[in-house]
Structures are given as C-alpha cells and as structure tokens.
Ligand binder design. Sequence first.
Ligand code: ARG
Length: 460
Amino acid sequence: MWGGRFASGPAAIMAEINSSIDVDRELYRQDIAASKAHARMLARQRIISPQDARKIVHGLDKILSEIERGRFRFKPALEDIHMNIEARLTDLIGRAAGRLHTARSRNDQVATDFRLFVRDAIDALDAALALYQRTLASKAARHAATIMPGFTHLQPAQPVTFGHHLLAYVEMAARDRARFADARRRLNECPLGAAALAGTSFPIDRAMTARVLGFDRPADNSIDAVSARDFVLEALAAAAITAVHLSRFAEEIVLWTSPIVGFVRLSDKFTTGSSIMPQKRNPDAAELVRGKAGRIIGALNALMIVMKGLPLAYQKDMQEDKEGTIDALSALALGVAAMTGMVADMTPDAARMRAAAGVGHATATDLADWLVRRLNLPFRRAHHVTGRIVALAERDGLALVDLPLARMRKIEPRISADVFEVLSVERSVASRRSHGGTAPANVARAAKKWLQRLAKKPRR
Ligand code: ARG
C-alpha cells in the first residue's frame, strides 16, 4: 500500500510490532461505514466517478458480509483493518478500489473509526446501565420497608432500609450515565477529511460525511482531528468511575452472601461450588466484577501515559489506544450485565437483616435526638449522655432497647418511659423522613419516581 519507494519488505520483527490487525479488526463495521460515506461524498463532489463509487460501495458491502459470516482472511502482513479491507476491495473490484483513498489518510480514517466505535460502546453501555437501574429500582420498591443495618466504618451505624441502600446505586448509575452522555457530546465531531494532518486540496464536503455518519459536525482543526484521543480518555474515565461503583456493590454482595453475614442469598444461577469443599457457594460473578475494575482503571491509566508526551499530530504510539480500550469497555459491559443479573437474582434474608439492625445499639442516635427534642439538651450534651447510657447497657450486657428505665434515669433522671418508642429499629427508620432519608415512605416514593423516569424513552 505504501511500498513505492521501498526496495525490500520489513524485517519479521518490524512487521510483528507494526501490525495491529488482531486488535483493530474489531473496528471493521465502523471502518466500512466510514469508507462508504467517504466514497459517496467523493462521487457527489465529482472527485471520483459515480460508477467507481458504486463499485466501491458494493465491494465494501460484500466485505462486510464476508467478515460477518467469518469468511474474511485477516492478514497480519497488511498491518491493520484499513489496509486489510482496502486490499480485499482491490481483489474484488480492481483498479477502482485505489480511488477510495483519495482525500483521506489512515490518520483521519482511524480517528473516525474509533470515534464511531467508542460512540457505539457508549450507547450500548447507556442502555445496559438503564436496565441495571430499572432492576435495582424495582427491587427497591419491593423492599422499601425491609430493614437492614446501615454501616459506617463497617460498624453498625443506624438502621436503614434495603430499598434505600439499593437506590443509592441507582443514583450512582445515573451519574455514570450522565458522564458517558457528556463524553459522547464532545466526542461527536467527525475527523474524516482532515487527511494526514493538514486537510486536502480536493473539494470535499466534510459536512456531508459527518452527517451521514451521525456526527453533529466536522471537527474544525485538521491537526486536532487526527491527534485527539481525549474522547477515548473521557469515555475510559467514565468507565473507570462506573467500574468503581460496580466494584463497591460487588464487594457488598460478597460480604452479604458470606454465611457469616447472611443478609442476601444468590441462587445457583449466580454462584459456583468448590471442587474440594462441598459446602461452598461462591459469589464468583461479584468477585469478578470487583476484579475487572482493575483492568478498566488500568486502561485509562495506560492511555493517559501513552498520550502525555506525544507531539502533534499523529504518532504511531497512538495505535496503542485500542487494545486496552476495547477490552475495558467490553469488560464493563459484561460487569453491568452480571450486576443486573445478580440484583434480579438476590433474595434478602429479611429476618436476619432485621436482627442485625438492632445490634450494636444502632438506635443510640435516636436516643440522643429524643433528649434534644424532649429535654431540650444541646445535641453535644445529648450525645454525651447517650454515650454514658450505652456504656451502662454494655456493662449490663443488654441492648439499648432492653435497658430498664431506672438504669437510664441513673444517668439522666428526666428520661420518661416514652423514650422506648424511639428505640425500636422500626421507629428509628420510619422517623427518618427528611429529604433523601431512609423512611419506608420516602423509599417507596423514590423507587416509584425512578421507575417512572426510567420508563420514559431516552432523548438524544
Ligand atoms: N493502525 C493505525 C492506528 O491504529 C492506523 C493509522 C496508521 N497511520 C499511519 N500513519 N501509519 O493508529
């Protein structure tokens, strides 16, 4: 393809390090779409003949179907997807194939293909995350009043509802989707026609190719168009944050499904056994979601490092942008699907969670709040008094609710019997009606709001 001035072929190791076909073959669909748009534009602008354009488009369609039917031989010697397809086009239609590369370069070609690829991945992830959110929200609606312990420092802190906890992940996923949508908005400019870096002397119509490929507009600076990879970095940053959120949830599932904790059970569909310990039921899917976060964050890190020292415009280093990105985006898609499956599959053990919610004097804050409300103590003072009552309960080996009134009065004589009303976990949870609080009424409303919002068609 570029051998005119070369007398011999590359050394074997040169060919090996140079070849990217094993990775960028994933971009065949986008490469063919961009080439078809380019050929049609060239004909419309009378840069090539309509007959040649027709042959080119027809040949490209044939190649697409060959690839999809597994009938295409990818050749490492042809370096990359662009040259593999062009070489096959030459086999199929002969000389006319050589006209396709008029007014373009592999530099704007790969930049266009990869934008299309990342855009498709973002769209697929958005749909997958929406389904994940719907699955979470419907489970949350069912468990708006299911009580569980809420933790800080992994110590029982205050009782919350299971539905409320699940909705926290719906909120995270909403921000993850918004980050992807934001990245997509900036990504959606078309590099095609920037050519190698300087633009072209042919009278091309960049607005047309941009429109046909679903871009909002052509990229305005040809040097930037072929050099920019921040669209990948942004998508990977959004992916890395999403992976962190999934990983935190995965960690909770691992914890919850441990028989030591036993808050949640996963069915046979989402667990595996041990080859030596017959009693085991391992949450491998959750562990793998947690593990995949490493690769996804790593891909962002790797590309940051590839890009940070590169002068303008295209440098071959940039060929390293694809492997980690493709891997990371598909690992994330798998992770989202696995989490969605586990959320649908999991059954909480309500009795066990309810019992655990009372452990560790989890309603101590409710006692402190009662002292503020009823006895008008400043909160700091109420906190101190409550601390002493908790210490007393601990000494007596009793839960806070079971501590006799007389014992409490030893610390604060004005405490009355109605204090017990706020010490039950049910009352504690029901009382947290502040905006965003865990009261079952709030949670039911929030879950419903999400389900309605998620039922609406996304606008784009
Ligand atoms: N395979 C190359 C890549 O992925 C395509 C661009 C090659 N451009 C070049 N001037 N050699 O970056």
